[in-house]
Design a protein around this ligand. Structure first.
Ligand SMILES: Nc1nc2c(c(=O)[nH]1)N[C@@H](CN(C=O)c1ccc(C(=O)N[C@@H](CCC(=O)O)C(=O)O)cc1)CN2
Length: 277
């Protein structure tokens, strides 16, 4: 039976370490969170980020904007936050309402305050192996692997999903850790041929039941990044957890795996931003 990779416990340890370090700083780090519209899931994620900030001794500044906010209004707020000295990090909760251009909005955040690491400058730095901030979800995965002494060097790593936020940066971080990486996606024929070769398999698609036990090599490390809702309304990933845990050596649960570490790595980035000032 696989070892369960406990992201929730690791995230708690990370918050406690950060809270301790904050007591040694001469000022409180600050995060500005912008939420446009009233999507219930986004509201919950934002309030969790505020709770995390409070636990770590960070200030948080919430900016709620109406769903019909114009791009000019949003960019004006970001411009103001870019020059506000109390704000070390700026986070625009995604997804944005359809009429707003996500790319433009991300590019308007000052790269030194881009704690999500979505700005092209930070993506470029990371791809050169000289990161300022690391994207929270892939960095959370790397932190889980490190905490459980799972060495990536020389391993066959397969990432399913090629999003800018998870799949692509995940592939880069695994490559930088000397893994041999294959990125699969919706146009990959015979997905199982690739997944069955993987020593480390990362699923980041957003489709419940995508990874079955017969697609996983005996003893593989299986990381589930996805966060779907099943028919009963419960959180689940892309991996058939119950079946795959009988085949894998290590596996992340959903919930309680990568999600909490995504939140923890955001706190690491805010601390980094505050210390660089
Ligand atoms: N600007 C951003 N927007 C979004 C991001 C992001 O990283 N930056 N990621 C997601 C949402 N998200 C953070 O914002 C996020 C969602 C869920 C979790 C999490 O810990 N999930 C739990 C399950 C839910 C729960 O019990 O609360 C888990 O997996 O255990 C973390 C981060 C989209 N938008």
């Amino acid at each position: 039976m696989a070892i369960i990779l406990d992201g929730k416990a690791l995230a708690e340890q990370t918050r406690q370490r950060i809270a301790q370090e904050v007591t040694t700083l001469s000022r409180q780090p600050g995060l500005a969170v912008i939420l446009v519209g009233d999507d219930p899931a986004s509201r919950l994620y934002v309030s969790n980020k505020e709770k995390d900030c409070a636990q770590c001794g960070f200030k948080s500044f919430e900016h709620r904007m109406a769903a019909d906010t114009t791009e000019a209004e949003l960019l004006a707020l970001i411009a103001e936050l870019n020059t506000n000295d109390d704000v070390d990090g700026i986070l625009v909760q995604l997804p944005l309402p359809k009429h707003l251009n996500e790319e433009m909005v991300i590019q308007s955040i000052a790269p030194e305050k881009d704690v999500d690491a979505f700005h092209p400058y930070n993506v470029g730095r990371m791809s050169q192996g000289k990161p300022v901030f690391l994207p929270c979800t892939p960095a959370g995965v790397m932190a889980i692997l490190k905490a459980y002494d799972i060495d990536v060097a020389g391993k066959d790593c397969v990432v399913i999903g090629r999003s800018n936020i998870v799949g692509k940066p995940m592939g880069m971080l695994l490559t930088q850790a000397n893994g041999t990486v294959t990125i699969c996606h919706s146009r990959t024929p015979n997905l199982a041929e690739y997944t069955k070769r993987a020593d480390i398999l990362v699923a980041a698609v957003g489709r419940e039941g995508l990874v079955r036990a017969d697609m996983v090599k005996e003893g593989a490390v299986v990381i589930d990044v996805a966060m779907n809702r099943n028919a009963a309304g419960k959180f689940c990933g892309d991996v058939d957890f119950e079946a795959v845990k009988a085949v894998a050596s290590h596996i992340t649960p959903v919930p309680g795996g990568v999600g909490p570490m995504t939140r923890a790595l955001l706190l690491e980035n805010i601390l980094t931003a505050a210390k660089r000032k």
